[in-house]
Structure formats: C-alpha cells, structure tokens
Design a protein around this ligand. Sequence first.
Ligand code: XMP
Length: 562
Amino acid sequence: MAKTKNSPKLTVDESRRIATTGDIEVATYLQIAKEMGGEQPSPARETIPSERESIVVIDFGSQYSLLIARRVRECNVYCELVSCDTPWEKIAPLNPKGFILSGGPASVYQPNAPLAPAYIYESHLPVLGICYGMQVITQQLGGQVTSGIKQEYGHAVLHLSDSKSPLFAGLDNSVPVWMSHGDRIEVMPPGFKAVAHTENTPVAVMGNDQGIYGLQFHPEVAHTPQGKMLLKNFVCQICGCGGIWTMGSFINESIARIREQVGTGKVITALSGGVDSAVVATLIHRAVSDQLTCIFVDNGLLRREEVERTFKVFQANLGLNIIGIDASERFLKKLQSVIDPEEKRKVIGEEFIHVFEEEANKIGKVDFLAQGTLYPDVIESATSGSTASAKIKTHHNVGGLPAKMKLTLIEPLRHLFKDEVRKVGLELGMPQEMVWRQPFPGPGLAIRVIGEVTKEKLEILRSADFIVMNEIKKANFYRQLWQSFAVLTDVKSVGVQGDYRTYSYLIAIRAVTSEDAMTADWARLPYDLLARISTRIANEVPSINRVVYDITSKPPSTIEWE
Ligand code: XMP
C-alpha cells in the first residue's frame, strides 16, 4: 500500500477524541489509517436479542444527547442513541418501549429543520421531547413554536400546575431546572395541556393522555437535581420498563452472540494492558476460549513491571493465550532523533502495525479481529457530519490494518460507556487492579520523555513514575484521579546534593481529575504527599535534582505533555 507523501495530520477534534479512549489501538491505527489510506475490516453484523426492552433516543444534535442515554441506563434500562433519519427497520430489533427526542441547535420553524420520523407517533409508544424535542412534537402535532421574547439559559425554578402528572411522581412541586432555549411553545398541539411553568416560560412542560410529553428544560444534566427521578418516572412508570438490564445480562447476551458469530473461527486481539482491551479479551475468551489469541507488543515504552504484570494477570490468572513480542529495540531504533510529538506518534503507530501484522501472519488463518471500541466512539462516528473523517472514525481502532488480512470485526463493547466496561470487568472476575487502571496512552512513555527518547531517559522516567504511582496508591488517591504520572522534561538545572553541585534533569509530576479526559483539572494533592514524592524522586532517581508539580488544567493544557 503506497504511503502518501504529505500525510494528513489529525485534526484537534480527532486527536482529542481519540485521546479519551486511552487504548493503544485508537491513536495508532487512526493515524496509520490516515497515513496509509488503509482499508477497514468489515464490521460484524449486529444482533440485539429481541426480548430486550429499550428506550431509543432520537438525536437532534444536542451536546447532551449522550448524557440522556447514560441516565436511562442508570435506570437499568438499555438505551441507544440514533440519528433522526434512522429507519424503523433498524429500530424494531431494539424492541423500544418508548422514545426520547433530544435537544438540538436548530429551530423547528426554519426550512429543513430535522423532525421526528413518522413511526415515533405511529407506534403509539410514549414519547418524551426535551427542549428542541418538545418543539418538534409541537410542530408535528399541530401546535405553534415561536422565537421566545426572553431567552432562557441557566437555572430556573419550575412550578407544577398538574401535580398528578406521573412524570412528576415523587418530585417536589417547585424544582430547580436547567434551561437552555431561545424558542418557546406559543400554542400547544390539540389534546395537550400545560403541566408546569417557569417565570419566563408558561409552557415549560406539556403532556397529553397518550403519554406524549415535552420538557423545555434538560432533565439529563446535573444542574437539574431531580431530573434523574423524572427520567426514571418516564422510563419505568410511563413506558413500563422493568429495569432488568444489568452487566450480568449484558455478559450473557454477549457471550451467546460471540459464540454464534465466531463458530469454529479464529480470533485475534491486541492486548494493550488497558481496561478496554482487557475486558474484550476476557469476554471473548469466556465465549470461545482457545480460539482467541492475544498479541501483546512490548514496545519498550511501557512502565516498570508492566510487561510482567500483564502476563501475570492475563496468562496466569485468566488463562488467556498470549503471544508476547519484545519489539523494544525495533521501536527505540525507529525513535532515534525523533523530537516532534506528532512524529513520535506516527513512528510508533506504524511500527505497531508492522509488528502486529507479522505476528498475526505467523498464527495462520485468522477470521476475526476483536477490539475495544466504546459507545462514545461509535456515536461520534455516526453523528459527526463530515463524510470523509466520519468514515475513518467509524472503525478508527483498526482503520489502518492491512486490507489483505481481511478480518471481520468483533466489538463487544461498542454499546458501553467506560464505567460500564469497568463494571463488566468486575463482573467477569477480573482483578481490581486491572479494572481500575488509570488510562495509559498508546505511545507510552515516549510522549512523557520530552525531546529524543533514549533507553537511559526511559529508565530515569520509569524510576520516577514508579515512585509517583506507589505514593499515590499508598495515599489512596489512585482511583480518585483520572491519571497521575511523571514527565521527564528536557530541562536541566543546578542543584546541590551531598555538598556537590549538580546539573541534572527536572521531573514534572502531573495528576489530574476528569470525567472523560475532554477537560481536566489539576488535582489538589496534599502538600505532604507531594513532598514525599519529591523527596523520594530526588533521593532515589539518579540524574534528577528538581521536581515540579504541573498546576495547569485542560484547557489550556492537555493531560499529556506531548
Ligand atoms: P490529552 O493529552 O490529549 O490526553 O489531554 C487525553 C487522554 O488521552 C490519553 N492519550 C492517548 N491515548 N493514544 C492513546 O491511546 C494516544 O496517542 C494518546 N494521547 C493521549 C491521555 O493519556 C489522556 O488520558
């Protein structure tokens, strides 16, 4: 496959989103896909057991759409987010018990504004329209929406006019809610009545006797404290969902589906040591045992004891069939004289693909490739507007795998969020240590050694990083932090150690809290913990005489330094 001379760089959005997964495949494969124009393996056919009950969220493009799906799943009800042009044939297998129409940036009275498909109303299932979703219902069922005289953004107090509404069962008569709208309901559709109002919005909630409701506020956001209860009322009381979707049922369904799909075929997967690929491997192994082979590439950029730990957990504890490849010399050679962070990622990504392909070829005929794509990646692929980039994003994890491998994808986690993946891991009996591992970037320590990566510098960083991890764990901060690690800077400074002048490297400590890595804040770690880390690093790690703590949030910084 020919390489393009001017290889396109990832956009900021792509890099950021890729970055949130913390899996080796993601960054490397997507980058390589762009570089090589690689063909993508064919995605496996999805089958959802028909006995499953679900709520379907019709996405009109709100920034909170995914959050709605999360909230519904918190009620133990399976939920999927689909675009508003999804045909009924794709919805039917989900066995929906109700629909939620999301918010969105459009105005319903504008030409070509997106509307709900006819089956939403023809199904006679309950419908909940949120913000733009409420305006869609109004417009389509014969009411009138106008541009509000007063726009409403932020906090408002909602007053119930109909305290008997099942939507508000158990809620207070006046509740704080989060508004974000310019348009408002001028005339409700026939058969609807106002259920609640705010100071500026006479119809803040409306409903009819057929179980169709509209909310002008956002119940899915944390700023609407009783919103979760309201959504639960809709899902469980109004739609009649039983709340039977658990991680245990997910595992059973997945195993049955994988067995049916794989038959007697062979599956490979790349183990990165991260939680997503670990859960995928364990799940597939549970389903088809020795038909799965895991490939674990030691690129020489891993942390201290990481290779041994991974083998211990996966081979000894979980009984997985793992091919371990020590490719550290190969990677280090390729990284010689490479300083630019993007170039580092590219070099590492390319080499990974080469090693992976070589090893896969040695196994003989393989039919399936399993990988840890998560739901936010799937959603982003499906909803991002631009066709070219959307295509690559859809299967970004393996986008660059050589076409000749002709593998069918298995993505058992493609409908799960990160915290759900962790729950599955625990349910599968994976060790806590593995399940709660902080994310670690695909390019590994190479992007934490600023400047050229050498064996010596990697060793210095490993020693410092090991101390950071130990102290953070000892102080019980590990799980509270999104990530905590050391960075070996390219700066040298003067110090005094044992009466001698030193001129040595500076280590930076990075510890952040975050929900999803899109934004992050530096962690307010106790001074004495920082002091212990600093003293130990300066005393125990040769070539270091100064330690600093990074106190920048993201934005304007990123979590990793490169
Ligand atoms: P940034 O530095 O962009 O990182 O704030 C956000 C999250 O993504 C991880 N990260 C990566 N993960 N390949 C990965 O698999 C990468 O190239 C990569 N770069 C950053 C980072 O550790 C953080 O969790």
